[in-house]
Design a protein around this ligand. Structure first.
Ligand code: DIR
Ligand code: MN
Ligand code: MN
Ligand code: MN
Length: 312
């Protein structure tokens, strides 16, 4: 069973709008789209947080209290879904929410003695701390918190820290890394398949690397920041970056990931419906999610594989 969990939070982002994501994804038919391909889906509605001190910066972390409150709520909801054997699909909201969702996944994997891998589809590396960030926006910081750097309220959501080692992560589609963040990425040896890599060697080879050492039984968490797509394909984001993935490429990635049979949890984040009044961005995001979660991938992905062979 797939559990849809809405988290209308944009406290971690650079502008308002991502909080409209869950509503826009439901309007685009996320539940029906997944049911149509044969998934059982329960929509658990939107999370709420107690009203906290709004808009307070704590040691360089903007809106710290709200982001923390959202992540505690996300942690609890994702942990509940995993406990009953569901596949949680977090409908964001901005990408800071991945601290809560992936901490819950890491805790669950530790209890069940399962390998955990995180595929992070994103234009950005999301590896800032307050010290390296130019903006102080926490949607640029989830991976560092998960890797143990930052305030303990965030790094210890899972009950232990770090929730993740850099070697468990594969970033895909990156093309915007801040100068100090780049240093941190190098120091941590964070595995990245950048747009430059993908354009140079092709999407097939990039996916071969991204998925190379996934054993059967691994829990694969897919953190899908929709700004990994080119803004011409998906304009509805708060931080568009040119030169992103085209629709066919990302469809191929999603099909390859589905083919592993290991997808155990998903974040669908950073959709900003206010930046795309046509609603097509939400529809594209839903369509890609249905490729990722297709239980009958062997029948449905062949077309995508054929495309990739031709595209090289
Ligand atoms: C930028 C943008 N690196 C920052 N990050 C975004 O503010 O840290 N992440 N947009 O999704
Ligand atoms: Mn992101
Ligand atoms: Mn991003
Ligand atoms: Mn962003």
């Amino acid at each position: 069973m797939i559990s849809l969990i809405g988290a209308p939070c944009d406290a971690g982002a650079n502008m308002a709008g991502a909080a409209l994501g869950p509503c826009a994804l439901r309007r685009a038919g996320v539940q029906q789209g997944l049911q149509k391909i044969g998934c059982k889906v329960i929509d658990r509605g939107d999370l709420k947080i107690p009203t906290s001190e709004p808009h307070v910066e704590v040691q360089g972390y903007r809106n710290f209290h709200e982001v923390l409150a959202w992540n505690r709520a996300v942690y609890a909801a994702v942990a509940d879904a995993l406990n009953v054997g569901d596949i949680p699909v977090l409908l964001g909201g901005d990408h800071s929410l991945a601290m809560g969702s992936i901490s819950a996944v890491a805790a669950n994997c530790q209890r069940q003695n399962k390998e955990l891998r995180v595929l992070w589809l994103d234009a950005h590396a999301d590896f800032n701390t307050a010290n390296t960030s130019i903006t102080g926006n926490m949607h640029g910081m989830p991976l560092t918190a998960l890797c143990g750097q930052g305030p303990s309220e965030l790094t210890e959501l899972a009950g232990f820290a770090p929730a993740l080692r850099a070697s468990q992560i594969r970033l895909l589609g990156v093309r915007s890394v801040d100068p100090e963040e780049r240093r941190a990425v190098r120091r941590a040896a964070l595995p990245m398949l950048t747009m430059r890599h993908i354009q140079g060697r092709g999407i097939i080879q990039a996916m071969n690397i991204a998925l190379s050492d996934i054993e059967p039984g691994t829990h694969l968490h897919v953190s899908f920041d929709v700004d990994c797509l080119d803004p011409l394909v998906l304009p509805g984001v708060s931080t568009p970056e040119d030169g992103g993935l085209q629709l066919d490429s990302l469809r191929y990635c999603m099909a390859r990931i589905a083919q592993t049979g290991c997808v155990g949890s998903v974040d669908l984040v950073e959709l900003n419906p206010a930046a795309d009044p046509t609603g097509s961005s939400a529809q594209r995001a839903v369509e890609l999610l249905t490729v990722l979660l297709n239980p009958h991938w062997e029948r449905h992905v062949q077309r995508s594989f054929d495309w990739a062979e031709h595209a090289g």
